[in-house]
Design a protein around this ligand. Structure first.
Ligand code: F6R
Length: 616
């Protein structure tokens, strides 16, 4: 959840660290800090609050220029977001600086041991125990890499650590255990980071450390070993496929606004190169063989949050197209029960970041149980795809806003691609039927662009509703997960009560919430392709309208049946019923953005949240 960056080279490290932290701030924005090695000592500055507070402090009182340093942006776990608890933490009488992402579970025990040995703590963090312990081990060895190796043997939990020491002016050492760390290779300089955003401005050549590895970087060398000290040479280097500018705000008011506008491109880039002659062609080197696919008798999709709602949309399509049973399960629920999984079960994980701890643990558990695992993921070099048997990469580009928008769209179409591929292999759809869907998929980007044009209408709606304290969302079929997604987005960034329901559930309880003036968004299925469900939802609308609700219908173009009952109608384009969940979500994403903006909230960095949830 925290963002980590390390640098050695000839640039001014403060500049590199602040640039990296600015691009990593979405991982945590409670507090931030940097430490550099200069003139045989460590100089450190850290501040509670957003990165801008640290920047102001560094502008007012500069640190000495140095080519070696580490930087951290925090999402607090142990200890509140204060100056003292911000990272780095010092060890070896202030000669060593350490930063950390993750949780050190045995820190209480370590703290007691260190205190009885005379070490004094300045913070409430688990990290400081690791810093002080590393300092003590270093004093015995004089070798920072060796000291790190001995330190990690003492730690329980999950962590990425970076350390630098005043005795070694051009060296940074990192370690990872169940937490991501990437290397960026430069010319006469090297970088470390929680993800490639940390260094994409300076180099496109990257490599992800495997689990339980230690890396030592100097300006001219990168050495990786496992925790036992054996040299590692088989980590895969890759080229970052997007430019630094892609993760910049450009002229947009927020990353979220920018990313919503990039939805059409995210879908286009994910889909277009995979459709050949109307059929889906996935990269053979990353996908299962047809033999393996034909043995699959059940699919379980694991994910969290928005990714799990995308999975619920995917389920409708994959089950319809492949005739295989498909279940969706929250990754953290799957992980702690005894699911009936066999070697013929395919467990698909969906993750934008590829680092969500709950999802990663579910994938590891599925493998232990003998299942085959496929990752549908947006982030190159991330852990979940590396730990899965096969991968389908999404090409949504970097997503910086904490609230996921364009990645949701890519996640849904990524599942469609896999579903169609599997249907072809299993022979459950004719080529003609597949082509009908791929045509509809290829039409989505343009339809998304048209749906984005509802922006102005949605803005007016949001202004009108800026004092609203509760919003309900209703949907059927793929409109149901869309309703859940609309409610989640609103909670996340507007901090108001929002709930999503399946239309059919209304009379089983939620209708009691309806009172005069209650706003209800209703995601309406197509009257052309789903007439029965359409008439059911129109009945739902009448029922709640009769009780005084204000109805905002999200309905297909040309659907006149909702007009007499809806206070506002937002439109999405005509498409295949399975694909409607891609279009209908856009007005809801826009609404969440506009309502939070109207309330004057920070839409990119909502309170208490971080983009990449790398702790359980
Ligand atoms: C909500 C949101 C989260 C993520 C969830 C999973 O807007 O972004 O609910 O969808 O934390 O994250 P990934 O997809 O990175 O595994």
């Amino acid at each position: 959840m925290c963002g980590i960056v390390g640098y050695v080279g000839s640039r001014d490290s403060i500049e590199v660290l602040l640039e990296g932290l600015a691009r990593l701030e979405y991982r945590g924005y409670d507090s931030a800090g940097v430490a550099v090695v200069a003139d045989g000592s460590i100089d450190m500055r850290k501040r509670g609050g957003k990165l801008s507070v640290l920047r102001e402090s560094l502008d007012a009182d500069v640190l000495p220029e140095s080519g070696t340093g580490v930087g951290h942006t925090r999402w607090a776990t142990h200890g509140g977001p204060t100056d003292e608890n911000a990272h780095p933490h010092l060890g070896d009488d202030g000669k060593l600086a350490l930063i950390h992402n993750g949780i050190i579970e045995n820190f209480g025990e370590l703290r007691a041991e260190l205190e009885s040995a005379g070490e004094a703590f300045e913070s409430e963090t688990d990290t400081e125990a690791a810093a002080l312990m590393l300092g003590r081990i270093y004093r015995e060895t004089g070798d920072l890499t060796l000291a790190m190796r001995r330190l990690v043997a003492r730690l329980e939990g999950q962590f990425t650590l970076l350390a630098t020491h005043a005795d070694h002016p051009q060296l940074v050492v990192g370690a990872d255990h169940n937490s991501p760390l990437l290397i960026g290779f430069g010319e006469g300089e090297n970088f470390l980071g929680s993800d490639v955003n940390a260094f994409v401005k300076y180099t496109k050549k990257a490599e992800a450390l495997g689990n339980n590895q230690i890396v030592t970087i100097t300006p001219d060398s990168v050495n990786v070993t496992d925790f036992d000290g054996n040299v590692v040479t088989d980590n895969k280097t890759f080229e970052i496929s997007w430019d630094a500018a892609a993760s910049e705000k450009g002229g947009w008011s927020s990353f979220m606004a920018k990313e919503i506008s990039e939805g059409p491109e995210a879908v286009e880039n994910t889909v277009r190169s995979r459709i050949k002659d109307g059929l889906v062609r996935l990269d053979e080197s990353e996908m299962f063989s047809a033999d393996v696919l034909s043995q699959i008798d059940r699919i379980v999709i694991v994910a969290c949050g928005t990714a799990s709602y995308s999975a619920m949309v995917g389920k409708y399509a994959i089950e319809t197209w492949t005739k295989l049973p498909v279940e969706v399960e929250l990754a953290h629920e799957f992980r702690y029960r005894e699911p009936a999984v066999t070697q013929n079960t395919l467990v698909i994980s969906i993750s934008q970041s590829g680092e969500t701890m709950d999802t990663k643990m579910a994938v590891q558990y599925a493998k232990q149980l003998g299942a085959r695992t496929l990752a549908i993921c947006n982030t190159q070099g991330s852990t979940i795809p590396r730990e899965s048997d096969a991968v389908l990469y999404l090409h949504a580009g970097p997503e910086v806003a904490v609230a996921s928008t364009k990645a949701y769209l890519a996640q849904v179409v990524g599942q469609f691609l896999f579903g169609l591929h599997l249907a072809e292999v299993l022979g459950t759809m004719s080529d003609g039927d597949i082509r009908e869907i791929t045509d509809a998929l290829l039409a989505l980007p343009e339809q998304l662009r048209q749906t984005l044009e509802t922006g102005k209408e949605v803005r007016e709606l949001a202004h009108w509703m800026s004092d609203t304290r509760s919003v309900l969302f209703l949907g059927r079929h793929v409109g149901y997960p869309v309703a859940l997604e609309g409610a989640l987005k609103l909670k996340e960034i507007s901090y108001i009560h929002a709930e999503g329901f399946a239309g059919g559930e209304l009379k089983h309880g939620p209708i009691a919430l309806i009172e005069p003036g209650q706003v209800v968004f209703v995601v309406v299925p197509s009257s052309r392709t789903q007439p029965t469900m359409h008439s059911k939802i129109v009945s739902n609308i009448q029922e709640i309208k009769a009780r005084g609700a204000r109805i905002i219908a999200v309905a297909e173009e040309g659907d006149a049946a909702v007009m007499p009952y809806a206070d506002v109608v937002l439109r999405y384009g005509t498409t295949n019923p399975m694909l409607a969940g891609v279009l209908a979500v856009v007005p809801l994403h826009l609404f969440a953005l506009e309502l939070a903006t109207a309330k004057g909230l920070d839409v990119d960095q909502p309170r208490n949240l971080a983009k990449s949830v790398t702790v359980e």
